[in-house]
Design a protein around this ligand. Structure first.
Ligand code: UDP
Ligand code: MN
Length: 255
C-alpha cells in the first residue's frame, strides 16, 4: 500500500495566484494517493481558492492562517528577513496531528506554490522511512543545490550548498520530505519565527532527524525533480489606469 503524499502549500492572494495554483494542481493530478493541504495566508478562506479547490479534482484540505502583520524578530539584525510560510506550514502540521492516527501511512512535503515539480519526485517520496532528501534546481545561487551522496553506502556525506553552508541542514524547503510517523511522534516539531533567514528547514529537521539518518533519493541525488522557480510579477500598469477609471478588465471574470 502506497503512503499518502501530503503536500503543504502556503499561498497568498496576488495576480498570479490562480495561475500558480493551476500549474501545481495539474501536476498533482498525475499523482495517485495525493492529499493537498492548501493554507491561505489570510484571516479567512477566499472565494477564489475555495472554488478553485472544489473544481480541482484533487483530494484536499483547505485552511487559512494569516501571518501576524507586524511580526518583529531580531529587529537589530540587519540580515533579518521576514520568514514566509511559517504560520501556514505550522497550521498544516497542526491539522495533520489533530486528524491523523499513528497507523496512517504518509509522507509530508512542503510544496511552495511557485516551484516546479516533476511527478517523478512524488514516486521517490514513497520510499521514505524517516526523511528523504534530493537535489533542488535553481536555488542558493547555484544551478543545483544537493546533498552529496556516497555511491557505495548510499548515505549523505555532505552538501554542496554555498549559501549559508553552516546551516545544520543546508537545503531548501523543496529538498526534503518527512515520514508522517515522525511528525506525529515529535508533536512539538514546528517552524519558528525565532530563527535567522534560511534556517527554517534546519529548524524543523533538527527536531526530528540527524544528518546521518537522511535518506538520499533521486538516484543517489544525481537527478533534479524539483526547481525553485519564481514567477515574475506581471506588468499591470494599464490595468492600474483602468481601475482609476472604473473600467477594470476583469469585471465578472476571475483571472
Ligand atoms: N507566501 C505566503 N505569504 C506571503 C509570501 C509567501 O503565504 O506573504 C507563500 C508563497 O505563496 C509560497 C511560500 O510562502 O508558497 C514561500 O514564499 P516564496 O515563494 O515567496 O519564497 P521564496 O521563493 O523566496 O523561498
Ligand atoms: Mn518561491
Amino acid at each position: 500500500v502506497k503512503p499518502t503524499i501530503y503536500a503543504i502549500t502556503p499561498t497568498f492572494s496576488r495576480p498570479v495566484q490562480k495561475a500558480e495554483l493551476t500549474r501545481l494542481s495539474q501536476t498533482f493530478l498525475h499523482v495517485p494517493n495525493f492529499h493537498w493541504i492548501v493554507v491561505e495566508d489570510a484571516a479567512t478562506k477566499t472565494t477564489l481558492v475555495t472554488r478553485f479547490l472544489e473544481e480541482s479534482g484533487l483530494i484536499y484540505t483547505h485552511l487559512a492562517a494569516a501571518t501576524p502583520p507586524n511580526y518583529k524578530l531580531g529587529r537589530n539584525d540587519p540580515n533579518w528577513k521576514k520568514p514566509r510560510g511559517v504560520e501556514q506550514r505550522n497550521a498544516a502540521l497542526r491539522w495533520l496531528r489533530e486528524n491523523l492516527k499513528p497507523t496512517d501511512r504518509g509522507v509530508v512535503f512542503f510544496a511552495d506554490d511557485d516551484n516546479t515539480y516533476s511527478i517523478k519526485l512524488f514516486h521517490e517520496m514513497e520510499k521514505i522511512q524517516r526523511v528523504g532528501v534530493w537535489p533542488v534546481g535553481l536555488v542558493g545561487g547555484l544551478m543545483v543545490e544537493k546533498p552529496m551522496c556516497d555511491n557505495v553506502t548510499s548515505k549523505v556525506i555532505g552538501f554542496n550548498a554555498v549559501w549559508k553552508p553552516d546551516r545544520p541542514f543546508p537545503l531548501d524547503m523543496a529538498g526534503f520530505a518527512i515520514n508522517l510517523r515522525l511528525l506525529l511522534e515529535n508533536k512539538d516539531a514546528v517552524f519558528s519565527y525565532e530563527v535567522q533567514g534560511g534556517y527554517q528547514e534546519s529548524e524543523i529537521l533538527s527536531q526530528i532527524v540527524t544528518r546521518n539518518e537522511l535518506e538520499p533519493l533521486a538516484d543517489c541525488c544525481t537527478k533534479v525533480y524539483v526547481w525553485h522557480t519564481r514567477t515574475e510579477p506581471p506588468q499591470l500598469n494599464v490595468e492600474q489606469l483602468l481601475i482609476k477609471k472604473g473600467k477594470r478588465s476583469n469585471v465578472g471574470i476571475e483571472v
